[in-house]
Design a binder for this molecule. Structure first.
Ligand SMILES: [Cu+2]
Length: 175
């Protein structure tokens, strides 16, 4: 992992010991190899803050002919830190399902994230979740899907195929 690190400040962080931090290098699979990106996770009081920046997302395509729209993109933390491609038509199945330690319905999974909005292929967002801490996310996988997450369809929100994958690893940087 090389490159410039750009990290939005965590406004809720307190002085003292540096918070736990993690990152994932998100890479496109066979369905969209152009995707590259980075996600950072850091502990903040009450939960974790996730910052993600991704380029190379596919162009938006509205729903039609019985097909769901392409974008905004379903985005989750999946249970296994394994980005093996496997079947190139159905990539990244090795990452398993959404991380869901509480056995909740989809929409309330610990690994459920907001959808990723593409701006001509580029997305950037920061959000807070109280569903896990940074240490919980390490060793799991961040997945970007082709279709939007409806937050209702079980177990995965009808998010469609898996376009990109990144394993969450410990980071040495301060948040
Ligand atoms: Cu997913």
């Amino acid at each position: 992992m090389v490159g410039v690190i750009r990290w939005a400040p965590c406004p809720r962080v307190r002085c003292g010991a540096p918070p736990a931090a993690a990152f994932a290098h998100v890479r496109g699979g066979p369905l969209r190899p152009e995707i590259c990106g980075i996600a950072f996770i850091c502990d903040v009081p009450g939960g974790a803050e996730v910052h993600v920046e991704v380029a190379g997302l596919p162009p938006y395509r509205p729903a039609g002919d019985g097909r769901p729209p392409v974008g905004p993109h379903g985005f989750h933390l999946h249970e296994f830190g394994d980005c093996a491609v496997g079947d190139p038509a159905e990539p990244f199945k090795a990452a398993g399902e959404h991380w869901n330690p509480g056995g909740r319905l989809h929409g309330d999974h610990a690994g459920d994230f907001p959808v990723l909005f593409s701006n001509d292929g580029y997305a950037c967002m920061t959000f807070f979740t109280n569903r896990f801490r940074t240490a919980d996310a390490i060793g799991k996988a961040i997945i970007v899907h082709e279709n939007p997450d409806d937050y209702r369809t079980q177990p995965a929100g009808a998010s469609g195929k898996r376009l990109a994958c990144g394993i969450v690893r410990p980071a040495r940087w301060f948040c």
